[in-house]
Design a protein around this ligand. Structure first.
Ligand code: COA
Length: 328
């Protein structure tokens, strides 16, 4: 039975930077509040006309090139997003058209945990022999779903995409995965129009499609679930946290990351933080952060990485991945 290893990785951040100073001019907030409460200094914003599938295609092509492959080699595309181009068709289909890839392609919706869910799908597809090379993308144009008059949410989110090519191999790269969901928390974080929230003229005028969040409840959920699943997935692999080179948590708030690292007893230098420069990029966060580690030359063959996500749904997921590529 083939295993899934990381063969290539890439990312894309839109050029436009939205700083805390600019947000001070838009809503009643301050750089001081945003920095101390969240750790965020700036976030990226997709250009006018640039959609989630555009960001996905740029990151995807970078990952395919890094793997030394051509678009035609990709046998499946799994795209995780909370900010789809449209409700239908899938953002994955938009992305493959832009990449020149022709294969089964679909979206996975698990909010900020989406990349970890998509990782499970890719690993299973490779193990089942359905594809030799699976492209997993996390792509978000979150700012399109944000009300820029709502200071409670508009300071938090940003746009971007990260992508990873997983290829069939004789030894495991993706080693253990844990996923979870609890639908009783579905109302805590919502966004977009759909069958339960149809886009009537009145609903649009009321701003019903914008992202809404019960921040404190989500915060408490995150600091409980992240340490729990991190410990579980590491134990599943027969390891301890001392064996883990890098902890790559979803980046929603620097205080959440710090609290989780503290509970786990993992030293700061092994906990990756990218939130200052990009805010919360939902499903794109984990692959963007992984690519940042790779391009900075901080990943060496044999490194054990734990990625851990949490988000709307509520959903959560963690995976242990052995880095099998050479350093960048
Ligand atoms: N600027 C200034 N003040 C702000 C503000 C902003 N951007 N946003 C909220 N405030 C105010 C609130 O109105 C409140 O004022 P009040 O005390 O007069 O009512 C005060 O700051 C405290 O608000 P509170 O919501 O208690 O702040 P907090 O410390 O909980 O931080 C979050 C808010 C959203 C940063 C925090 O709850 C959080 O990060 N939650 C998790 C979010 C998350 O993970 N989301 C994504 C999941 S993937």
């Amino acid at each position: 039975m083939p295993f899934a290893q990381i063969a290539g990785i890439g990312s894309y951040l839109p050029e436009r930077r939205l700083t805390n100073a600019e947000l001070e001019q838009m809503v009643d907030t301050s750089d001081e509040w945003i920095t101390t409460r969240t750790g965020i200094k700036e976030r990226r914003v997709a250009a006018e006309g640039e959609s989630t599938s555009d960001l996905a295609a740029k990151a995807g092509l970078a990952a395919i090139a890094d793997a030394g492959l051509a678009p035609a080699d990709i046998g499946m595309v799994v795209l995780a997003t909370s900010s789809p181009d449209l409700a239908m068709p899938s953002t994955a289909c938009g992305a493959i058209a832009k990449m020149g890839v022709a294969c089964p392609a679909f979206d996975v919706m698990a909010a900020c945990t989406g990349f970890v869910y998509a990782l499970q799908v890719a690993t299973d597809a490779i193990a089942a022999g359905r594809a030799r090379h699976v492209l997993v993308v996390g792509a978000e144009a979150m700012t399109r779903y944000i009300d820029f008059t709502d200071r409670a949410t508009c300071v938090l989110f940003g746009d971007g995409a990260g992508a990873v090519v997983f290829s069939a191999a004789d030894a495991p790269g993706v080693r253990c995965i844990r996923l979870g969901a609890d639908g009783s928390g579905a109302d805590l974080l919502t966004s977009g129009f759909g069958a339960a929230n149809p886009p009537s003229a009145e609903a649009c005028a009321r701003g019903d499609g914008y992202l809404k969040m019960a921040g404190k409840e989500v915060y408490k959920f995150a600091v409980r679930v992240v340490p729990e699943i991190t410990e579980q997935v590491v134990a599943d692999c027969g390891m301890t946290l001392d064996d883990v080179r890098w902890l790559v948590p979803h980046q929603a708030n620097e205080r959440i990351t710090q609290a989780c690292a503290e509970r786990l007893g993992v030293r700061d230098e092994r906990v990756v933080s990218t939130i200052a420069g990009m805010g919360n990029t939902s499903a794109a966060t984990i692959p963007l952060t992984l690519d940042g580690l790779y391009t900075a030359g901080n990943l060496a063959a044999g490194d054990e990485i734990v990625v851990v996500g949490f988000g709307a749904g509520l959903t959560w997921g963690a995976a242990v991945i052995r880095w099998t590529k050479e350093a960048c």
